[in-house]
Design a protein around this ligand. Structure first.
Ligand code: GCO
Length: 497
């Protein structure tokens, strides 16, 4: 790994850890919104909208018939019941119970109590008119220690959930891994240990055989990049490490886990479709210099191409490998045949878009747009168009589902029992419109899952940030549809804006 990269990664890690720490300690990070950038998009995609990529004759932005309007959650963020029915400990139980790691010491012990309240939440989804629901399966609920015989009570919970979705005409979309690695596997080295990828394939096989007749779409690993950057560089996510050398070996093993799970599904003969869930960030030069263009290209390599190229082109990007260096743990950890496994053909790509990244000639990032309450999130709907069209242009017409897009708002429950979150409506409307333009310009987008259905445990931010369409009054666990939920129900009915 070059000195520049090491310095940059550590600086970025320190920045993100500091930002997380500052946020946790209530110190408002300086949200210095810069001027609007002369943002050029990634080379080759000028983002010029197709002139007729605009509204239909009657002014409506209609999506293709049968478009899969949905919402998304994850197990550790909403289920609670952390020690119930045989669930084992995950790295997030350990991390959230470690003093100082999460805002206000919040944990996922209870969360939104979805494990007990799922019938009510299923009715909420039905009332919203959702066509699709993306959730995750808690590995420690299926295998308490991450290996061995399955915990039948854990499987039975997800079977009840999935059957409840079908009864309400909602298509299940299940993520196998959304960061809650069984602690016992972490104790054995976690994702630094190649064996964890094999354990993941065994777990996936168990789940496919138990639920494969009920789940039509599977996502393998949620955001491997976030595990790498927040868990092993910034250290503000579980397992709380700051180890750049380990970080990209972890990336490789997560990619390997993805490929092994794809092959496991094919081996079971189960009908379902499967793909990765990647948070992709369009990267833009912060200025017109050649240095910024070069730095942006490498940044894009770490942010996007490391994950996309290995899956869709069967090779890691040469510039990133060169930057990491031949002696890096990651490069030395790649074995013959690994990239063939990682690039096992998939059926779809889940894209999670939140924010663009602007890169200077020194490889630093700068802010160009106002941020949400999550200070890492710059609000830039055009980035949705850019990333969707870029994926289709560079990686072919793989079917795409958006499995996360949303923002946190300072939502409060008014005395009249309403939650007015117009900022979320504006955000979603603009991002839906950008996605609509991408569809009109040929992107095979089949569904869109808003993050999130419910207010939930936002990792190191705890319950301070509210991302849900539905407000959760945690002391009572009462659910209240926010204004955005009512608006989204109408969008789904109209199949567009
Ligand atoms: C992620 C995770 C979600 C987050 C959401 C808001 O993308 O980081 O998949 O679990 O809660 O994105 O940060």
């Amino acid at each position: 790994m070059s000195l520049l990269t090491r310095r940059r990664l550590l600086r970025r890690a320190a920045l993100s850890a500091t930002a997380a720490g500052a946020a946790r300690n209530g110190l408002a990070g300086a949200a210095a919104a810069g001027t609007v950038a002369s943002a050029t998009t990634v080379a080759g995609c000028d983002g010029t909208p197709d002139p007729d990529g605009e509204a239909d004759p009657d002014g409506a932005l209609r999506f293709p018939p049968g478009f899969g309007w949905g919402a998304a959650t994850s197990a550790y963020q909403i289920e609670g019941a952390a020690k119930e029915d045989g669930r084992g400990e995950s790295v997030w139980d350990t991390f959230s119970h470690t003093p100082g790691r999460t805002r206000n010491g919040d944990t996922g012990d209870v969360a939104a109590d979805h494990y007990h309240r799922y019938p009510q939440d299923l009715d909420l989804m039905r009332d919203l008119g959702l066509r699709s629901y993306r959730f995750s399966i808690s590995w420690p609920r299926i295998q308490a220690d991450g290996s061995g015989r399955p915990n039948q009570r854990g499987l039975d919970f997800y079977r009840r959930l999935v059957d409840g979705l079908h009864e309400r005409g909602i298509a299940p979309m299940a993520t196998l891994f959304h960061w809650d690695l069984p602690q016992a596997l972490q104790d054995a080295g976690g994702w630094e240990n190649r064996d964890t990828a094999e354990r993941f394939a065994d777990y996936a096989d168990l789940v496919f055989r138990a639920l494969g007749d009920r789940v039509p779409v599977w996502l393998t690993v949620n955001e491997p990049k976030t595990v790498v950057q927040n868990g092993y560089l910034g250290g503000h996510h579980a397992p709380g490490r700051q180890d750049p050398a380990a970080a990209y070996l972890v990336a490789h093993h997560l990619q390997l886990a993805h490929g092994l799970a794809v092959r496991a599904l094919r081996a079971t003969g189960v009908e379902g479709r499967i793909g990765p869930a990647l948070n992709l960030h369009p990267c833009y030069p912060a200025d017109e210099t050649a240095e910024a263009a070069a730095a942006t290209r490498l940044y894009d390599g770490y942010e996007n191409r490391l994950y996309l190229d290995s899956i869709f082109k069967g090779a890691y990007p040469a510039d990133v490998l060169a930057d990491l260096g031949p002696e890096s743990r990651m490069v030395r950890g790649v074995r013959d045949g690994d990239l063939e496994i990682i690039s096992s053909p998939v059926d779809l790509l889940a894209v999670q878009y939140y924010t663009p990244i602007y890169v200077t000639g020194q490889g630093d990032t700068v802010r160009r747009w106002p941020t949400s309450e999550a200070e890492w999130q710059q609000i830039y709907p055009e980035g949705m168009y850019d990333i969707l069209t870029r994926v289709t242009r560079d990686y072919g017409r793989v079917p795409i589902t958006i499995t996360e897009n949303g923002l946190p708002c300072p939502d409060t429950l008014a005395a009249d029992g309403t939650v007015d979150d117009t900022a979320r409506i504006d955000f979603l409307r603009d991002h839906f419109a950008a996605a609509h333009r991408a569809v009109r310009d040929g992107v095979p987008l089949e569904s869109y899952h808003v993050w999130s259905l419910l207010d939930n445990f936002e990792w190191n931010e705890g319950y301070e940030q509210r991302w849900g369409l539905v407000y959760v009054d945690y002391p009572t666990q009462r659910r209240v549809l926010k204004r955005s939920a009512h608006w989204y129900r109408d969008v789904i009915r109209r199949n567009g804006l």
